[in-house]
Design a protein around this ligand. Structure first.
Ligand SMILES: Cc1ncc(C[n+]2csc(CCOP(=O)(O)OP(=O)(O)O)c2C)c(N)n1
Ligand code: SF4
Ligand SMILES: [Mg+2]
Length: 288
């Protein structure tokens, strides 16, 4: 059985000292080992970004995609081999902006994958331009006077896209991150986890302290019912004053995409196994 150390690599991270990515990275390895997953049956897909720079720092199978394509890569891998645990990692820029269509498609189809979105409310790697999650009025490199557009609330977008599991967790709370990630990966269907991740270099507003003063854990609210979609939507709406973290929504009866595919009903083999047996020569001969 794999231990936490088995998910380590020899690569030293180059994130800025104090970046929220360190906590997410360590909690992810902790969650993988607690779920008794093995490096050989786990695939992490990565976007381009500071978050995506985790690519060589977790010892599992991995796929480094183009910017905005981490979710698309994860969907492809899962459909080819449903036996793998597939987790897509990306930033708010890659997942909520450049690749938002993939997120919505994966959610509405209920692919049995987990999306981990590091939301530092900025394009970190390209040195601090506002993204769609940057709150209106906040400044950034391409909007020094503050952005004029309304911000998009990721958990709400996931909910209206029919995600069957939506959660938020704070990069300063490792215990909660591990718990939430385990629930997300174990969920049967599409799961979306948003990390509230301080970027200490380019986001001077949403700091560790800023979040600490605002976050609360839904697990402590005895009467919170995560199966109530309308309540979940309302709960997800506050991203400025009292920010709910934990499992916001879960449909425990959701049926994953692979089980809905009538075309594959009764098929014993995975697509990966079928491709191995496929002969292109035979197909060409059919046209001779
Ligand atoms: C198709 C494409 N568009 C834009 C870029 C430039 N680019 C690289 S990283 C990045 C920002 C990433 O921001 P985010 O996804 O929020 O990740 P973070 O760095 O904040 O973790 C951008 C715009 C690119 N590499 N490829
Ligand atoms: S720029 Fe921001 S997100 Fe990127 S490594 Fe530095 S602190 Fe982290
Ligand atoms: Mg970002």
């Amino acid at each position: 059985m794999a231990q936490l150390e088995d998910f380590n690599t020899t690569v030293t991270p180059t994130w800025c000292p104090g970046c929220g990515n360190y906590g997410i990275w360590n909690s992810l390895k902790q969650a993988l080992s607690e779920m008794e997953l093995e490096p050989y049956n786990t695939v992490l897909t990565y976007d381009i970004g500071c978050s995506g720079n985790m690519a060589d720092k977790v010892n599992t199978y991995g796929f480094k995609s183009l910017h905005g394509r981490t979710v698309a890569a994860a969907m492809g891998i899962k459909i080819a081999n449903p036996e793998l645990t597939v987790i897509a990692i990306g930033g708010d820029g890659g997942v909520m902006e450049e690749g938002v269509n993939h997120l919505m498609w994966a959610a509405r189809s209920n692919y049995n994958i987990t999306v981990l979105m590091h939301n530092n409310q900025t394009f970190g790697l390209t040195t601090g331009q506002p993204t769609v999650t940057t709150e209106e009025g906040n400044p950034g490199k391409t909007a020094p006077l503050g952005i004029v557009e309304n911000n998009i609330v990721p958990a709400q977008l996931a909910l209206i896209s029919n995600a069957s599991f939506v959660a938020k967790t704070f990069a300063g709370n490792p215990k909660q991150m591990v718990k939430v990630m385990k629930s997300a990966v174990e969920h049967k269907g599409f799961s979306f986890v948003e990390f509230l991740q301080p970027c200490i270099t380019f986001n001077k507003l949403n700091t560790f302290q800023w979040f600490q003063e605002r976050v609360f854990d839904l697990a402590e609210r005895k009467n919170y019912d995560a199966s109530d979609w309308k309540r979940a939507f309302e709960t997800a709406s506050d991203v400025e004053k009292k920010i709910a973290t934990g499992i916001i929504y879960q449909d425990k009866k959701s049926i994953p995409y692979s089980q809905r595919l009538v075309q594959r009903k009764g098929e014993k083999k995975t697509l990966v196994e079928e491709v191995k047996e496929y002969s292109i020569i035979q197909m060409i001969r059919e046209f001779e």
